[in-house]
Design a protein. Structure first.
Length: 365
């Protein structure tokens, strides 16, 4: 029996595979060509290409090196006020509002931080004087003197203030033009912190002194005085009298009524005390350079007796006299308020002036 035998040659198998691969490649190329042709014939709206955002880490500004020249050109920052300065400002504002208790508390805190601060001691002494605690005020003024001339203006002020701690002069030794024998003893009369007498109809709400630079004057100072009626009190403004006395030191030792120019002006339009708000009065002390007044003009200038019905007035200067010699310097003031010729309130700075020149309980005609 014949048997058919099929044998596979290696050479024929390899040729077959090569031929098959070529056919497949050509077929794929045809398919891709056809696909590309079809796709190219279809219109496609191309979307706008969005810019690609790449996050980059920038160097920190704080790490940049500033040239030395730039650092020198930039001005240094203003130093912040110290704790003591802040406490002193708060105490001054509280004293102006009449809150002496809290003002002293602020000053005590400042003094604990710097016991040798002359400004703190000066403000403390002024508050003790305002509440007529002269023992404590004199003690504080002495602390400033112990600091010495390095305390500056506070040292000079302390020396002047301590000169006022003398007994009240007798009526014969009183200054001319001031009240005579009938004097009010403030030590036995009941007053509040503002110097307002108990049961009075009018009181002093504020006395603020402001000095204005003036090239033609040695001193140009204005007192802003507030006078307020008691609640429900009916005031006849024609019976109100306000007296303002200015005092100078002569050659830094004697205390005299001023010989400077004194004028006044009402800051409130009606000043009749019809409402509950205080009526405001401005009294100006002006000492021209290198000038003196006659004794008559000096008294007229020293006591600005203000009646609400009158207009503003100014003292008239007189010729210089040989008797008015010595270097004068502004010291302080006394403000007195009378109603129906009865004393209502008194305020002084320095308050030691009240020991030298106590107010009369009645106004002179």
């Amino acid at each position: 029996m014949r048997v058919l035998t099929l044998s596979s040659s290696p050479l024929s198998d390899k040729s077959f595979r090569i031929g098959l691969g070529v056919v497949v490649i050509f077929a794929a190329a045809e398919i891709l060509s056809a696909a590309y042709y079809c796709i190219s014939r279809i219109p496609i709206s191309q979307a706008p290409v969005q810019p690609r955002v790449i996050a980059m880490r920038m160097p920190s500004v704080s790490s940049a090196v500033v040239p030395a020249s730039a650092r020198e050109a930039s001005p240094p920052p203003a130093p912040a006020p110290s704790v003591i300065d802040r406490l002193l400002e708060e105490a001054t504002a509280l004293r102006a509002r009449g809150d002496t208790a809290n003002a002293l508390a602020r000053l005590q805190e400042a003094s604990e931080r710097d016991p040798k601060n002359a400004k703190v001691l000066e403000e403390t002494a002024k508050i003790y004087e305002s509440i007529q605690n002269f023992d404590r005020s004199n003690e504080t003024w002495r602390k400033i003197q112990e600091i010495g001339p390095s305390a500056g203006a506070s040292f000079e002020l302390a020396a002047t203030r301590l000169k006022l701690g003398v007994p009240t002069p007798t009526p014969a030794a009183a200054e001319p033009g001031l009240p005579g024998p009938a004097r009010l003893d403030l030590g036995t009369s009941r007053t509040d912190a503002n110097g307002t007498l108990e049961g009075s109809n009018l009181g002093i709400t504020e006395v603020t002194a402001t000095e204005t630079p003036d090239p033609d004057a040695e001193t140009n100072l204005t007192l802003r005085i507030g006078v307020k009626k008691r609640p429900n009190a009916a005031i006849d403004h024609t019976k109100v009298k306000i007296q303002v006395y200015f005092y100078d030191t002569v050659d830094d030792k004697d205390i005299k009524l001023t010989d400077a120019d004194v004028t006044y002006e009402w800051l409130t339009p009606n000043h009749d005390w019809a409402g509950s708000d205080p009526e405001m009065l401005a009294v100006t002390y002006t000492r021209p350079k290198n000038s003196v007044l006659s004794p008559e003009a000096a008294l007229s200038a020293a006591a600005a007796a203000v009646n609400p019905g009158n207009k503003s007035r100014a003292s008239k200067r007189g010729p210089a006299t040989a008797g008015e010699s010595g270097r004068r310097k502004y010291l302080g003031y006394i403000v007195r308020v009378y109603y129906d010729d009865q004393l209502q309130a008194v305020r002084a700075d320095p308050t030691g002036l009240l020991k030298l020149y106590p107010p009369s309980p009645t106004a002179s005609p």
